[in-house]
Design a protein around this ligand. Structure first.
Ligand SMILES: CC(=O)NCC[C@H](N)C(=O)O
Length: 129
């Protein structure tokens, strides 16, 4: 069994800062559970374009307000506590938080550690044995 506290990973290697978000990586590939799980805060007033070509991501909003745009079809969705979206078609998309938006993010295959977005908004595919 793995038991962890968010407080114990703050300011460690599992606490990853990017310009528009902070990702606290509670579970990573080396935990060997088949997915990674992140407590992520997207910063108020920013815009992030993402395209997870190598991963499926599920995102569950637990705090804050914002907007999600699916760039495949131009549809926009409000983001508020209780909203789930899953990029099961590797959809290119934009998140626009109005306030800080806190999300629980799950990646399959799991993220390995310090990944941040490349120029296209993707993470590289790194498979660990
Ligand atoms: C919602 C979202 O994808 N934000 C970008 C950060 C990423 N999900 C992460 O926590 O690694």
């Amino acid at each position: 069994m793995i038991v962890r506290q968010l407080n114990d990973i703050l300011a460690t290697d599992r606490d990853v800062q990017a310009e528009t978000w902070t990702s606290r990586r509670l579970l990573l590939a080396n935990d060997k559970v088949g997915f990674s799980l992140h407590d992520t805060v997207m910063k108020a007033g920013t815009e992030t374009t993402m395209w997870y070509k190598n991963h499926i991501e599920a995102v569950y909003c637990v705090e804050g307000d914002g907007e999600l745009e699916d760039l495949v079809n131009g549809r926009r969705y409000p983001l508020s506590p209780g909203t789930l979206y899953v990029l099961n078609g590797h959809e290119r998309h934009i998140v626009r938080p109005k306030t800080d938006v806190r999300m629980v993010c799950v990646f399959n295959p799991p993220v390995t550690g310090r990944e941040t977005h490349d120029d296209e908004g993707a993470y590289p595919l790194i498979i660990e044995d």
